[in-house]
Design a protein around this ligand. Structure first.
Ligand code: SME
Length: 147
């Protein structure tokens, strides 16, 4: 079982170590990749009118996502966490890694507007629940504070 309070503690500590956004996202993605049964963990951040691939751990991923496209673009547009138990059943899912079977995407909100998303994939179906939602929404708040 993943100890989410321990991971959150690590992320809080990392956020104190630098003001550099890329360094923070890079190290946070490494901590998120410690989550059990996770195949990809990282960030897509708003750049112009699209989401651009940020620091991540896992296999090579698509670089740009349109707002409203895929799970990431939908979460960003709707400004809410999306838990997808079976990505193959999600209309418009963007398959960066064909091994992925479930996904959770959490928006990063700054001053009431989304600035990016946290994206986590798993090769297991139905991997993510309210537990991961709570954890990642707390991570999102910590990150937003650094932007
Ligand atoms: N599956 C995502 C695309 C990003 S990859 O999972 C890393 C989506 O549908 O938005």
């Amino acid at each position: 079982m993943t100890d989410y309070s321990e991971l959150l503690f690590k992320i809080k500590s990392l956020c104190f170590q630098t003001e550099n956004k890329i360094s923070i996202l890079a190290n946070v993605s490494a901590v998120l990749f410690e989550m059990e049964d996770v195949s990809w963990a990282g960030f897509y951040m708003l750049e112009g009118d699209k989401l651009l691939l940020g620091p991540f751990q896992g296999r090579v991923a698509c670089i740009e996502i349109e707002i409203g496209s895929g799970v990431c673009g939908s979460s960003f547009k709707e400004q809410k966490t999306l838990i997808v138990p079976d990505v193959h059943a999600f209309d418009g899912h963007i398959a960066c890694d064909s091994r992925s079977n479930s996904e959770i995407v959490v928006p990063i909100m700054k001053d009431g507007s989304p600035i990016g998303v946290i994206d986590i994939d798993s090769t297991s179906f139905d991997r993510f629940s309210e537990v991961e939602k709570d954890f990642l929404e707390n991570v999102s708040i910590l990150i937003a504070d650094k932007f």
